[in-house]
Design a protein around this ligand. Structure first.
Ligand SMILES: [Zn+2]
Length: 638
């Protein structure tokens, strides 16, 4: 839901405090690790930076040289234990479209003995951190270094001032190991895990971890075995698997940490990536050091099915943060205890004419089969509220087209998927009567003019549609049917009539595409449900249907569709008055053919239960007949 899709993700408001002392230089075997933000700066062109730019940096800080004096330098002295061929790795920011060059010089005895310029070419075309549009990447220079002190000195090269996310240095790693793959997570704050496996597992398994990060890059996969933590959906070849009764050594799991947001881990026991084991009985001990005395949290689970969530806060190393490291069952039971002890209202009854759903994840239908104890506890808690989730359900749409064109629906695929939908539903044993609505898609827009003006299928449909409207070429201010063609914004002033109808056609193309789906669904199910996509309330946000190309009147007044769905996301127009006005527009468009209205209630922007109640009453008064309330919970679900 929401005009801004990214904002849909539940974002935890977390403090980014670090409670550990980060030392300037770590020596690890022969390897030397140096934080760039601790370099001494000459002039006013380099500075320590924190915040978003450093959210993926070690120690959450970087040396930023994006602007300021161009002749400014930064340097640090490093003691080299022995003479040899060294690789000097540097981790720096990379915005794929911007070059933030810098030069690193290695100085010994007052003389430059090696140097290299960095960030001359991007190594990726798109940043993995799509929100910021930047990542940190590693590159190196090689040098024959003498034993004793050397100086690493950084100069700016290339453009004088660059994007603030460019020319930022995170850290250096000096090594004589030519094969080393640099990893800064070995040198920052640490977190260790020790796993003791219980009995009753039928064969050896590994633990797959899906890490949900609350921000871009949004997730990553890891595989845990007694031999360690590997990135990826399956362990590195040759790893041993867990056996009954086995206790691991301390395993560093720092590489899966985001130190700014923390993470929500979904663990599942697996024989292979495709084959999930039915049960997970294990004890997880978390420690800040590989030491019995440093254990700050122990989680013991006997989960069947074996899917469980563990939430690690960014400040786990502080006493307060350690208390926040928790698992789904702890959270579910704490909430459940509150719900059990509450005196619930006994007046009224569960809605039957007005299906009212709560949208949340209760452990069913997710990525992995979830611990039944958690699911049952959450459903018991939910049952107090009177939602219809257990009695009613909804189905999905068939949003398949060719060439991104609403005028080219993929009928074959639609029919195949509809058939599968019906078969799967029938196997579940539920009654078709329990289906309250069919949601075709979330927030589609009209077909963009940039497409329509250049698509022969759209042009043909456009001409047919104009004829159906009983218009002539003269009505569209052109000479003949050949000139009746959709146009884009550039022709707004020269061909106003063509432009007007082209804009309207954006919705018409969408509406016809929806209708094709609705009719195929009707044939497949043998019955009809209220069917619509959910539309963004962009119409009120910009006070114009055509910002998003969705004109409710154009959609509904010709008949065919039987429902219309909206939401109260609101963005800059998030008063209840303006979101209600959007529903009023929908209701007006539905008056002629009496289409049913559905509505998503969204808990965000600091809205309280009281806000949502008043909004719901307001929309019910405007003929909304089905509600789904998005409260984005429970909190362990991410
Ligand atoms: Zn097209």
């Amino acid at each position: 839901m929401g005009y801004q899709r990214g904002a849909k993700m539940a974002v935890r408001n977390v403090s980014c405090c670090l409670f550990f002392l980060i030392m300037c230089v770590f020596v690890y075997g022969q390897d030397i690790f140096v934080e760039a933000e601790n370099f001494s700066v000459a002039g006013k062109g380099w500075k320590r930076a924190e915040g978003p730019v450093a959210r993926s940096a070690s120690g959450l800080a970087v040396l930023q040289g994006s602007s300021g004096a161009f002749d400014s330098t930064a340097s640090d002295t490093v003691k080299i234990p022995e003479k040899g061929k060294w690789k000097i790795w540097v981790r720096y920011s990379q915005v794929p479209s911007v070059r933030g060059q810098f030069r690193i010089a290695v100085i010994s005895g007052g003389k430059e003995i090696a140097d290299k310029e960095f960030d001359l070419n991007p190594t990726r075309t798109r940043a993995a951190d799509s929100r910021l549009g930047m990542d940190y990447v590693w590159d190196f220079l090689e040098a024959d270094l003498p034993a004793g002190e050397i100086t690493l000195k950084v100069y700016k090269t290339g453009s004088r001032a660059v994007h603030p996310y460019s020319r930022c240095l995170d850290c250096f790693l000096l090594t004589t190991n030519q094969k080393l793959v640099p990893d800064h997570t070995h040198y920052g704050p640490q977190i260790y895990l020790r796993v003791t496996i219980g009995d009753g597992h039928e064969k050896p398994f590994y633990i797959h971890i899906f890490a949900d990060y609350y921000r871009s890059p949004w997730y990553a996969n890891y595989s845990l075995t007694p031999d360690g933590l590997d990135a990826g959906v399956r362990p590195t070849a040759g790893r041993r698997f867990f056996n009954n009764g086995e206790k691991t050594d301390w395993i560093s799991i720092a590489k899966l940490m985001y130190f700014d947001t923390g993470e929500n881990l979904l663990l599942s026991p697996r024989y292979t990536y495709q084959e999930i084991a039915p049960r997970l009985k294990a004890k997880f001990e978390f420690a800040t050091e590989p030491d019995e005395k440093k254990i700050f949290k122990t989680i013991e689970r006997d989960a069947e099915p074996g899917g469980i969530h563990i939430i690690i806060p960014p400040d786990y190393a502080s006493p307060e943060g350690a208390g926040k490291l928790s698992s789904d069952i702890e959270i579910a039971e704490a909430t459940g205890k509150l719900a059990d002890s509450m005196k619930w209202p006994s007046i009224g009854k569960k809605p039957s004419l007005f299906p009212f759903f709560a949208s949340g994840y209760f452990g069913e239908g997710g990525l992995v089969p979830h611990d039944r104890k958690v699911v049952q506890r959450e459903l018991k808690t939910l049952s107090y509220f009177g939602f219809c989730n257990r009695e009613k359900t909804h189905t999905g749409g068939l949003w398949f087209m060719k060439n991104d064109c609403y005028c080219q629906p993929d009928i074959e695929k639609m029919k195949t998927v509809a058939k599968t939908q019906v078969e799967t539903f029938r196997e579940s044993g539920a009654s078709f009567d329990s289906i309250a609505y069919c949601m075709l898609m979330d927030e589609p827009g009209g077909q963009p003019l940039s497409h329509i003006a250049n698509c022969s299928a759209c042009a043909e449909k456009f001409r047919q549609w104009v004829k159906q409207l009983n218009k002539t070429p003269a009505d569209l201010m052109v000479n003949n049917w050949n000139e009746v063609r959709p146009v884009d914004e550039t022709r707004r002033d020269t061909d106003p009539a063509l432009y007007y109808f082209s804009e309207k056609f954006r919705t018409r193309a969408l509406g016809d595409f929806m209708l094709v789906q609705k009719n195929i669904l009707k044939d497949a199910w043998g019955t009809e449900f209220p069917t619509s996509p959910n539309f963004s309330d962009g119409a009120t946000y910009v006070a114009n249907f055509y910002a998003q190309g969705v004109d409710y009147f154009e959609l509904l007044e010709q008949g065919g569709m039987n429902a219309l769905w909206g939401e109260n996301w609101g963005n800059g127009a998030l008063t209840r008055e303006s979101t209600t006005y959007n529903v009023e527009l929908m209701r007006s468009a539905a008056i002629k053919n009496n289409q049913l209205l559905g509505h998503y209630l969204l808990v965000y922007a600091g809205r309280l239960a009281w806000d949502i109640k008043t909004i719901a009453v307001s929309q019910a008064a405007r003929d909304v007949k089905i509600f789904t309330s998005f409260y984005y919970g429970p909190s362990w679900a991410g």
